[in-house]
Write a protein that binds this ligand. Sequence first.
Ligand code: MRU
Length: 356
Amino acid sequence: MRIEGKEYRTIWFENNVVKIIDQTKLPHQFVIKELKTVKDAINAIKVMEVRGAPLIGGTAAYGIALAVQENNDLEFIKKSSEDLIQSRPTAINLKWAVDRMMKKLSSINSDQVLDIALNEAKEICDEDEKFCENIGINGLKIIEEIYNKKKDTVNILTHCNAGWLATINWGTATSPIYHAHKKGIPVHVWVDETRPRNQGANLTSYELNEEEIPNTIIADNTGGILMQRGEVDMCIVGTDRTLSNGDVCNKIGTYLKALAAHDNNVPFYVALPSSTIDWDIKDAKNIPIEERNSEELSHVEGIDENNEIKKVLIYPTKSKAMNLAFDVTPAKYVTGLITERGISEASFNGLKKLFK
Ligand code: MRU
């Protein structure tokens, strides 16, 4: 998608380095960062220079390729794969991508191993882009249906950033929105700010602005009253891990939005590529929920009058804070799962029909 009119993907390999858009600097600075080693890739995932489940997966895949480029020793590559998997716990795409890379490399014993690793990482990214595009084509039908009934702007609420910046391109939750906009359907997006890291305000609103899609940032607690007032036609969110029973783990606060949507008969859709489905964990209690540094709550970041990024403390110095990064929305509150293969009921049978 576009930034200042120029098309980008979120990650690419060029001149022996992996290039990413540093998301910790957005929206105030646009910085392309180079990852030269697997350690750089691990750090980029940990400090969230890259984030969002599919992009974490893509970065981990390129991380393995960087490890091969650094030191083509099996022990080093294995240790790197373990370190990558540890870098963030909740998004299943990370382990999925590392396992796929390691499987590919395990059957190879040649001097072409680097080329093969790089090709597989690119394949993972290209596939994600295609899947997200298909999510858009499938999700467009829902937006179109609402528009045909309403004959007026379709108001869509989203949480966190499940936009193209969280994937390789298109995004998951935003892909149907981009497709609707391209088709001329008037859409407006309510963007949850998404405290504490403000992925909604800093990333979703930013990328929608760049594509000229009308949007309004709201505080995370505002969605409920907007739904009561009839100002939300549908919600679409992304997911970091969806269980085979349709339970959806996503950015903290998603569950409360789903409850409000249920109470107000607002359709609540979750968009995901199949790489985000966890077929192994059966009980949501077993999903590893990331707990991040409480400084993300107690401090806020922004630019000062000299356009410099500054961080300031906003809590009482003696207060403790707790920063759980994800929650789980039970399947019963999910109207449907928008995938690359079609729209499925949030249930084992629904998913099984699409993904045997
Ligand atoms: O902590 P983050 O910013 O990586 O969390 C991202 C989300 O929760 C997204 O909604 C999710 O990964 C889906 S991305 C297409």
